[in-house]
Design a protein around this ligand. Structure first.
Ligand code: F6P
Length: 324
């Protein structure tokens, strides 16, 4: 391998910059040229490249977002778009691609590799932690800390005004952020797509909580949860059925995707970048780098895309016990 292209694709996440830095520096260490591809697959289609040496990634380990920018390219979904991307990769002399992103980005990498035989290696970068083959994705830990910090602040108002807060968090179709941040922030209830509590049990639980002497509560709701049609529907339902509650809603939104990466995400990104480049050097392709039982591992990229991630049901039980 002489030249590796690196890109970030899909939703950004804290940890992408440390991962870019790691890929670039591992390439420099092994005397491989590294080309940064801007705006994900769209930049590959448009030939938006920049040569990256070890010094070009100074001072980014602590930065959120991605210096390479990110995009969800519609054109890359077409055969013509992918042909343009391939022609540019050949013109630039790129032998292999490191794609930092989520399952949509990996699906693109897989199709591209099948069609044109390009070597690809994925690094999981998403706050959602919804990728099979790794215990943790880049940005997930930072997002958890951001959510917990935000809920700690909301708790001040909840407690001062004896209010109930519904806090909606991201996570797309899975409840990892909600469940872990919910336990970390001491939420009264955690509503996740994997286990539908049902509106009536929610009401029962909140009633019991009041009776047990609690005057304020936090309910964390995953954006993919289906207990109500949305978080405001839940608010209305509680107000109708438990008039003693004063209810507010807080949707945390994109602040969960930003900010300086946590130490865990920086270390994980550094490890994943080294593993990705060195695996390509060993001739491996069509894998995603992951962390399993604190060891770097490789998962076939199709399994990473299609496999399910499982929610830790024991953690739900822990949450129930903690709200006694
Ligand atoms: O995948 C990351 C994520 O932030 C999800 O949690 C959320 O559902 C989605 O992206 C939001 O996407 P967008 O930034 O395009 O609105």
């Amino acid at each position: 391998i002489k030249k590796i292209g690196v890109m970030t694709s899909g939703g950004d996440s804290p940890g992408m910059n440390p991962a870019i830095r790691s890929v670039v520096r591992t390439c420099a260490y092994h005397n491989i040229e590294c080309v940064g591809i801007y705006r994900g697959y769209q930049g590959l289609i448009e030939g938006d490249f920049k040569y990256l040496d070890a010094r070009s990634v100074n001072n980014i380990i602590n930065k959120g977002g991605t210096i390479l920018k990110s995009a969800r390219s519609q054109e890359f979904r077409t055969k013509e778009g992918r042909q343009k991307a391939y022609d540019n990769a050949v013109k630039e002399g790129i032998d292999a691609l490191v794609v930092i992103g989520g399952d949509g980005s990996f699906t693109g990498a897989m199709i591209f590799s099948d069609e044109f035989g390009v070597s690809v290696m994925g690094i999981p970068g998403t706050i959602d932690n919804d990728i099979h083959g790794t215990d943790s994705t880049l940005g997930y830990d930072t997002a958890l800390n951001t959510v917990v910090e935000a809920i700690d602040k909301i708790r001040d108002t909840a407690s001062s005004h004896n209010r109930l807060f519904f806090v909606e968090v991201m996570g797309r179709d899975v409840g990892h952020i909600a469940l872990n941040a919910g336990v970390g922030a001491g939420a009264e209830e955690i509503l996740i797509p994997e286990e539908n509590l049902g509106k009536d049990r929610l009401i029962e639980s909140l009633r019991r909580s009041r009776q047990s002497g609690k005057s304020s509560s936090i309910v964390v709701v995953a954006e993919g949860d289906k207990t109500g049609s949305n978080v405001f529907d839940l608010k209305n339902y509680v107000e109708e059925n438990l008039p003693e509650y004063e209810v507010r809603v807080s949707v945390l939104g994109h602040m969960q995707r930003g900010g300086s990466p946590s130490c865990w995400d920086r270390v994980l990104a550094s490890r994943m970048g080294v593993k990705a480049v060195e695996s390509l050097m060993e001739g491996k392709t069509n894998y995603m780098v992951g962390i399993k039982e604190n060891k770097m591992s490789l998962c076939p990229i199709d399994k990473a895309v299609k496999g399910k991630t499982e929610i830790d049901m024991e953690l739900l039980r822990v949450s129930d016990i903690m709200t006694t």
